[in-house]
Design a protein. Structure first.
Lengths: 610, 312
């Protein structure tokens, strides 16, 4: 009889686990807390049938069709121990079949070679727990390539600037060429080029040709990031790995809330869960297992481990939580840019991923670093109308909507910057608040390290400068440290990029899982979500989550692909000691660290530049 | 589930009778009694509440009949009140349309002759998927009912399976329906206090209503809640009751949902043909606040988590 595996979560990490286990002949059960918006019959049909998503702002953005239910299952957040907690949506990821990839932006940059050994190359910033990964870029490269082909990624590596080609050597080109470009992205990219930056088409898991993997081509409908894909052209966990796993015989149980991993010595024996399909009628069930895979996403995986009392012999579960540190720059275009046509954004640049050791040292840090940029992107009519809220009402509201400064004319840059892990950025169980099922919710404690604040203060004004160069009438950057910059604004984490809490490492004292994702404390429990990341890089994480998950599963199954032949990657990132365009160490040398500087800069830019 | 039905359920129109059979006798009397008064289908609000919220919406998003300098349609013309009433009374809508929380997908069919992108046969006639309702799971029913109806039954007793919401709110969680019924009462009381000849908010003149809404202690309360929902009704898909004849989208030059037709490469890169604006046009608006809130959401405080939203 086949060995039984229980995979908890049907998102990026869980679907990869289910797929590889089915391929290896295991009897696989996937437990998914949420519901199925694809419809299993349509999801597994050949060719694929229609889903239940729609280009509908009320349904997706206001009534959270494919989001987690942060009302019935809230989390709590505090900046530091002792603060009164916020209760509600704390960076919840979508809940349901496909997980976060149900309405992801589907941007798929690779992490850089240097991302896997930042600590030994640059040093560990004071107060942080930055560590090298126990695996390398070369270990993961074959899986990056396979995942790109599985998801159906469009991109053009020949357009990557030299430093990016050097840092992300590839064994194969992208499976599809980039699709049509959207106007706001191109306008902003052109502005960036005039300043010497190197923008290029954003790699994205969306079909640019009809019929790739039996799915249609993307029609650039616009309602992309934050919306489920209505025509199945966007790749994601459900329509690729999970679809194939289900076709291969995996069992998917939805509305199954897993609350305890059962163990006996060093072995997990099964998973206890609530069948909530008739809630509030309480139906408790057990799924027996020879292997348990945790892929609930980092915050919920840590919560389940803590609820189960597993993996935590070194008090590391829940620690080293990382979000990308988001910096936004916005401007207003004199002409309408109709950002509602496209794929959220179609241009990116990685110039600010190059570690800046000059400015970093001047500020007492081994290096500074931002993240890749999304050039372009828009908001939707209800969002534009409600952003200012009741304070802009009557005729003023109508004028604002006609002018459309933050929708049809918006020029947006989003940077998900590297987030330095610390032991105090963490998840534990809230002592008071419980979810609708009566279990303690996850409590997130998180304050930025100086690394994020200094990187943001250094790079933020450059983002605004790009928008000005692109012709923006008003341009400013929005620091992610609002208590100082913009009093009253929330510090509750957002951004949906979540990593850490179940760190991967060779030393059981400072990590939760080993280099293959297996818990140090238990022989048959694997973690395959972003929880295993020892560092955050400055890149959208999902491609790396899936690629590392695939590597972990193959390692467990004994079928791992050998590491890519070592490419001669210099230990120093190209351009690292050159001043970045429009950057001057001198300009930043006197900059006070942290919040105040960023806040002042934001006020200056936002108030005066028109 | 206990405490199931909302305290105020006013149904009218086709399908209502089918539901009446399932309602307690007292509620049936309530429903039938109000049917006679109401000119429009009311799913939750009674006639006075409906008129009051409607009047408020007309001040928040005015049309030509509300502001002599305004030329484009407003909340009245787009029938925003129907959106709000349908949302509040989502669980009073008879099946299969109700409970009306989420439209189905994938396509509304609005974008013109739809090339069917799937291998399955194209349905004929082409359906408006948004007009159907996607069914709620058991937990979603409990969650949405709690959000709308609060945590108490009609006799004021706590409903055990909704207790989590009180704990999370750090006190009694106030459902959205009660925020509306209490909000209307508060507006009427404030109207009578500020303008002694007035009997309620509706009887004030539009300038008086503007003065009342502008009071700092009032603006951030009920009018703020209603503004959120009015904007959803004005600029959301028409299948939720508002945005009549796409009036909300048309005047802001938003073409609406475009699946499965989408946009061509040429359309995507086509430049704007309108005259460019200058920085002067932006002067009236606080873009700093707009940008900041666009990035990180509206200000939130500890222990005031939801205000009727499942997300931010």
């Amino acid at each position: 009889m086949a060995s039984k595996a229980v995979v908890i979560g049907s998102g990026a990490g869980g679907s990869v686990a289910a797929y590889t286990l089915v391929q290896a002949g295991w009897d696989v059960t996937v437990l998914e807390k949420g519901v199925d918006h694809f419809g299993q019959a349509n999801l597994t049909a050949e060719p694929i049938g229609p889903p239940h998503f729609g280009s509908d702002e009320v349904k997706e953005s206001l009534r959270h069709f494919s989001d987690a239910d942060a009302f019935a299952e809230p989390r709590t957040f505090r900046a530091k121990a002792g603060d009164t907690p916020f209760v509600g949506n704390v960076n919840h990821l979508p809940t349901g079949v496909g997980g976060g990839t149900m309405h992801w932006d589907a941007k798929t940059p690779r992490f850089w070679e240097v991302d896997f050994h930042l600590a030994s190359t640059y040093g560990v910033p004071a107060g942080s727990s930055l560590a090298d990964w126990p695996i390398t870029y070369n270990d993961i490269e074959p899986y990056y390539t396979r995942t790109e082909h599985m998801l159906g990624v469009q991109g053009d590596a020949s357009k990557h600037p030299d430093f990016l080609q050097q840092q992300t050597p590839r064994s194969k080109p992208y499976p599809m060429a980039p699709g049509p470009q959207q106007l706001d992205s191109v306008v902003i990219a052109d502005g960036a080029k005039t300043l010497g930056y190197k923008p290029f088409p954003f790699a994205m898991a969306a079909n640019s040709v009809d019929g790739y993997d039996g799915r249609p081509a993307c029609v650039n409908c616009g309602m992309c990031s934050g919306f489920g894909c209505p025509n199945q052209s966007r790749g994601g966990a459900a329509v690729t790995f999970l679809r194939k796993a289900l076709q291969g015989g995996a069992h998917l149980i939805t509305e199954a809330f897993a609350f305890k991993v059962e163990t006996n010595g060093r072995k997990a024996t099964g998973v206890r869960y609530l069948d909530v399909s008739q809630w509030p009628q309480r139906k408790e069930k057990v799924a027996h297992a020879d292997l348990v895979v945790l892929a609930l996403s980092p915050i919920e995986t840590a919560r389940l481990a803590l609820l189960s009392g597993i993996g935590n012999s070194s008090d590391q579960v829940g620690r080293n939580l990382m979000f990308h540190w988001f910096t936004y720059a916005f401007g207003v275009s004199p002409t309408r840019l109709h950002g509602y046509m496209g794929r959220a954004s179609t241009q990116t640049m990685e110039d600010f991923v190059v570690p800046d050791t000059v400015t970093g040292k001047a500020l007492g840090l081994p290096y500074l670093r931002g993240g890749n940029l999304e050039l372009g992107g828009t908001s939707w009519p209800i969002a534009e109308a409600t952003t200012i809220g009741v304070f802009l009402r009557g005729r003023m509201h109508k004028d604002f909507m006609r002018l459309s400064p933050i929708r049809d004319r918006i020029m947006a840059i989003t940077m998900g910057g590297e987030d330095m892990p610390t032991a105090d950025k963490r998840v534990d169980l809230d002592p008071t608040v419980k979810d609708v099922y009566g279990f303690p919710v996850a409590r997130v404690t998180y304050s930025p390290h100086n690394f994020e604040l200094a990187s943001q203060a250094t790079i933020g004004p450059k983002l605004a400068a790009i928008l000005k160069a692109a012709g923006a009438l008003a341009a400013g950057f929005i620091p992610r440290n609002p208590p100082v910059a913009l009093p009253g604004l929330s510090t509750v984490p957002t951004g949906a990029h979540i990593m850490g809490t179940m760190r991967m490492g060779d030393d059981p004292k400072s990590s939760v899982v080993d280099r293959t994702g297996r818990m140090h404390d238990l022989d048959n429990v694997l973690v395959t979500d972003g929880g295993v990341f020892p560092s955050a890089s400055g890149h959208n994480p999902t491609l790396t989550i899936m690629s590392v998950a695939w590597h972990s599963m193959d390692s467990f199954l004994g079928t791992a692909t050998p590491a890519a032949a070592a490419k001669a990657v210099p230990t120093q990132v190209q351009g690292e000691h050159a001043e970045l365009p429009a950057t001057g160490a001198k300009e930043n040398a006197g900059l006070a660290l942290g919040a105040a500087a960023a806040g002042l800069a934001a006020r200056r830019v936002l108030k005066n530049e028109g | 589930m206990t405490g199931g039905l909302s305290r105020r359920s006013f149904l009218k129109g086709a399908g209502a009778l089918a539901v009446l059979g399932a309602l307690p006798a007292a509620l049936v009397r309530d429903v039938v009694g109000h049917v006679a008064e109401a000119a429009e289908p009311h799913y939750f609000l009674d006639a006075h509440q409906y008129a009051t919220v409607q009047a408020l919406c007309r001040r928040l998003i005015p049309g030509p009949t509300d502001d002599p300098t305004e030329t484009d349609p407003g909340a009245l013309e787009a029938n925003v009140i129907a959106y709000i009433d349908l949302f509040l009374g989502a669980f009073n809508v008879p099946a299969p349309l109700g409970p009306r929380i989420w439209g189905d997908g994938p396509f509304s069919g609005r974008a013109g002759p739809p090339p069917w992108p799937f291998g399955t046969p194209q349905p004929t006639p082409y359906p408006n998927d948004f007009a159907r309702t996607f069914p709620l799971s058991a937990v979603e029913i409990l969650s949405w009912r709690t959000l709308l109806e609060g945590t108490r039954d009609s006799s004021g007793k706590a409903i055990p399976e909704r207790a989590w919401a009180d704990v999370a709110a750090g006190g009694r969680y106030l459902g959205l329906q009660e925020q509306y019924t209490q909000g209307v009462k508060d507006l009427d009381a404030a109207a009578a206090q500020m303008f002694p000849t007035a009997k309620d908010f509706v009887s004030l003149s539009p300038p008086q209503q503007d003065i009342l809404i502008a009071r700092p202690d009032i603006t951030t309360g009920f009018p703020s809640v209603v503004f959120q929902h009015a904007a959803e009704g004005m600029y959301g898909a028409p299948e939720y009751g508002g945005n009549k004849d796409l009036k909300g989208w048309t005047y802001i030059k938003f073409p609406g949902d475009r699946q499965p037709k989408g946009w061509t490469a040429a359309e995507m890169l086509a430049p704007d043909t309108g005259a460019p604006i200058s920085a002067t046009a932006l002067k009236p608006f606080d873009l700093q606040a707009a940008f900041a809130r666009l990035a990180f959401g509206t200000p939130r405080e500890a222990k005031t988590p939801w205000k009727g939203s499942r997300g931010f």
